[in-house]
Ligand binder design. Structure first.
Ligand code: RP5
Length: 159
C-alpha cells in the first residue's frame, strides 16, 4: 500500500506541472491597453520590438474614465493570466496608465498620446502620465512613442 500511493501522487503532480507549463507558453507576456479605438494606430508602434524579440502580446481598448471597472478587472487579473508588463496609452487627461498601476504590481509603461483634441501639443497627456504620486510608479516614454514602450518592455522581460 505504501509503495503505490506516493507514486500515484507523483504522477498527478507531474501532470499538473505539465499543464501549467503549457499555459505559460501560450500566455501573452505584455498587455497593450489604450483608452480609445482612435489610439490604435499610434499604439501599434509597440508591436515591432515585441515581435522581433518573440514576446507574445495582446491588445485591448478600455478607457479609465468610460470603463473603470473593466480596467480594474483587467489589471487585477493580469499577473494571474501570465502578463508581466502592461503598456498603457492614452491622450487628453490620460488617466489609463496611472489607473492601471493602481490595480496591479506589474510594471506599467505609459504612452502619452497626442490627438485632435490635445492641449499644448500633447503636454496634457505627458503631464498626466508622468505626474504620478509616490508609491504608484508609471514608466513614461515620449509622446506617441509606443515603439519605445515595446522596446522597454523587452528590456524589462530580459532583465
Ligand atoms: C482618451 O481620449 C483616449 O485615450 C484618446 O486618446 C482620447 C480621445 O478619445 P476618443 O474621443 O477618440 O474616444 O481617453
Amino acid at each position: 500500500m505504501s509503495e503505490t500511493a506516493p507514486q500515484a501522487a507523483a504522477i498527478t503532480e507531474t501532470e499538473v506541472e505539465t499543464q501549467f507549463d503549457e499555459l505559460d507558453v501560450d500566455a501573452p507576456r505584455v498587455g497593450i491597453i489604450m483608452g480609445s479605438k482612435s489610439d490604435m494606430e499610434a499604439m501599434q508602434g509597440a508591436h515591432k520590438p515585441l515581435d522581433e524579440a518573440g514576446i507574445r502580446h495582446e491588445t485591448r481598448v478600455m478607457s479609465a474614465h468610460r470603463d473603470p471597472d473593466v480596467v480594474a478587472d483587467y489589471c487585477r487579473n493580469a499577473r494571474m493570466r501570465g502578463l508581466r508588463v502592461i503598456i498603457a496609452g492614452a491622450g487628453l487627461s490620460a488617466a489609463l496608465p496611472g489607473v492601471a498601476a493602481a490595480h496591479t504590481d506589474l510594471p506599467v509603461i505609459g504612452v502619452p498620446l497626442s490627438g485632435r483634441l490635445t492641449a499644448a501639443g500633447g503636454l496634457d497627456a505627458i503631464l498626466s502620465v508622468v505626474q504620478m504620486p509616490p508609491g504608484v510608479p508609471v514608466a513614461a516614454v515620449g509622446l506617441d512613442n509606443a515603439k519605445n514602450a515595446g522596446a522597454l518592455a523587452v528590456r524589462i522581460l530580459r532583465a
